[in-house]
Write a protein that binds this ligand. Structure first.
Ligand code: ADP
Length: 278
């Protein structure tokens, strides 16, 4: 067997190193991103130049002390801030290569594909069935069988079907808080979104209902991209893959959740996660 020359050995070695580098460098697919985002309420700048990307089929947690801009940022991701008088946005929010604020984007389509669930469960004063069917019928779907399928499928995905299948036509307001919140998740899922924005979805719930929501989020990320605001550090550590630490309208630190919680690079992040402020 011919012995390898040093040059050949180096070449093989280089090839392997390059391959490893390539494997590591495979970019994650992003569901959406903001570039140089600023959000103002009148003269007050609530979001100061935030650029963040959200990997597909992963959970990204937005954490930080109260008033640092987490909700403002989240709401801008599906144009909920359109409803706030005096609110103005600069910079871009890219979803499928299009800026959601550009004239090419349709706000109804944006909110359909980027669904949102709020802190307080807010079901309509209608039946469980009607809550979930509302979006698709409102968008013109008339086929009863298809609507039934969407209702069942959405309730199953929201881990609520078994609890409500025998009382679909009863009022949603008779459900417990935790069930109402899962119903609100089902209502968002009925629109067949790609991204789910969750604004402290469990903060008004008891520990058992909170556990169910957390478990559900773990299931949902297989099919959806999730961006969640939470003030609960343990929750962020348990359920998210990536974490962005917000402070005074800026993202001070962003990284994999395991790194942020075990080895934060920034002193403010470290103080916050160790409970020293906020
Ligand atoms: P967080 O979600 O981190 O608690 P918010 O996004 O709610 O923070 O608030 C960020 C800043 O913007 C705060 O100073 C808050 O008072 C201000 N703010 C939030 N909503 C409005 C609004 N509708 N009008 C004016 N200021 C607002």
């Amino acid at each position: 067997m011919a012995t390898q020359t040093i040059r050949e050995k180096q070449s093989v070695h280089h090839h392997q190193v390059n391959r490893l580098a390539q494997l590591k460098a495979v970019p994650k697919e992003m569901a959406m991103e903001t570039e140089g985002l600023h959000v103002y309420y009148g003269d007050k700048e609530a979001i100061k130049n935030i650029s963040l990307s959200f990997p597909k089929n992963a959970v990204t947690a937005l954490i930080g002390p109260s008033g640092c801009g987490k909700s403002t940022y989240l709401r801008s991701l599906n144009r909920m801030n359109d409803e706030v008088e005096n609110c103005r946005i600069e910079g871009s929010i890219l979803y499928k290569g299009v800026d959601i604020n550009s004239p090419m984007a349709n706000v109804f389509e944006v909110r359909k594909q980027i669904g949102m669930v709020f802190q307080r469960p807010n079901p309509f004063a209608k039946s469980i069935y009607q809550n979930v069917a509302y979006g698709p019928t409102h968008h013109g779907l008339k086929n009863k069988k298809r609507i039934d399928e969407i209702v069942e499928d959405s309730l199953r995905k929201a881990a609520l079907w078994d609890e409500v299948k025998d009382k679909l036509h009863r009022s949603a307001l008779a459900l417990s808080g935790g069930q109402q919140q899962r119903l609100c998740i089902a209502r968002a899922l009925a629109m067949n979104p790609e991204v789910l924005l969750l604004d402290e979805p469990a903060s008004a719930l008891d520990p058992v209902s909170t556990g169910k929501i957390e478990e559900l989020i773990g299931e949902l990320k297989k099919d959806y991209t999730i961006i969640i605001v939470t003030h609960n550090m343990q929750q962020a550590a348990r359920i998210s893959d990536y974490t962005a630490f917000f402070y005074m309208g800026k993202v001070v630190e962003y990284g994999e959740t395991s790194q942020i919680f075990t080895n934060p690079q920034n002193e403010q992040t470290e103080n916050y996660i160790s409970g020293n402020f906020g």
